[in-house]
Every structure is written in C-alpha cells, then in structure tokens.
Design a protein around this ligand. Structure first.
Ligand SMILES: [Zn+2]
Length: 152
C-alpha cells in the first residue's frame, strides 16, 4: 500500500499549510483561491445570478467591495455581452436590498452562518433601522459564546 503524503504548502499561493482538527488550512488572507471562494459564497448567499466562478474570473474580482464598484459599461465590456452585463448589473443592484440576516452569513466569518445570524438578529428591534457596526457583531458574538458555553 502506498502512503499518501499531505501537502505542506498551498497549491494556490504556496504559503505553509496549518493543521487544525485534522484539516489543512491556508492562513494567507491574500490567497487567490480563498478570495475566489469567498466571492462565490457571497454571490451564492445573496443569490446574485450570473456571478459564478467564470464571471468572477472574467471580471477580475478579488474582493467583495469590488462587486459594488462595477458600473454597467464595465460589466458589459468585461462580459463581452450587453445582455449579460445588464442582467448582472440588475442582480447586483437587487442584492443591495437583502435583509441583514442574509447579508451577515455571506461574509464567510467563521462560526457566523445562517443560524448564528438569526440568533443575533432575534435580539434586535425589527422596527428600528440598524447600521451594522463592530458593536452589534461583538455583542452578538459574545452572546453566542455565552450560549455555547452553557451547552458545554
Ligand atoms: Zn493559499
């Protein structure tokens, strides 16, 4: 039987890989593969149709902020289609209206998935308008930490 050797470096950015709970992780925050996956996850969570791996590549996107700096002309030009550009432009505009419970899990923050986001927003007044800031995330994270300690 041949023993399979685990890789020691990231195949994408060549950084040293780190073991954590029997899984290998690339901890380089500038890793291209990770950026692309974060973008895909963001687009999928916000249901931005037409922003899959191929479009992300064609548009040369490397960060989430860049999605919202694209204008209609750039989209049409880079996708080589006025029809696709127009459609994606509308999808991106539509994504600006999603609920905070949907938006938060889209950022790929460890441990902040759909359930955690729902717990966080349960404590907010639905009739108030909130602007996300570090305090809300921090307080909600502390609450989740307290709740999970109670479970343990
Ligand atoms: Zn990497």
């Amino acid at each position: 039987m041949t023993e399979i050797q685990a890789p020691t470096h990231c195949p994408s950015c060549n950084s040293s890989l780190e073991w954590s709970n029997h899984l290998l992780y690339c901890r380089n925050s500038d890793c291209d593969s990770q950026s692309a996956k974060k973008l895909e996850h963001f687009a999928k969570t916000l249901k931005i149709k037409g922003l899959g791996p191929a479009s992300i590549n064609k548009l040369g996107l490397t960060s989430l902020e860049e999605i919202y700096t694209l204008d209609l002309d750039t989209l049409c030009e880079k996708l080589s289609s006025d029809k696709l550009g127009q459609k994606l432009f509308e999808e991106i505009e539509k994504s600006k209206l999603v609920a905070l419970e949907t938006l938060l899990p889209a950022f790929s923050i460890p441990l902040i998935g759909k359930t955690a986001a729902e717990v966080m927003f349960k404590y907010l007044d639905k009739n108030k308008t909130y602007i996300p800031n570090e305090n809300i995330v921090l307080q909600s994270t502390l609450h989740i930490r307290e709740s999970s300690q109670q479970i343990v």
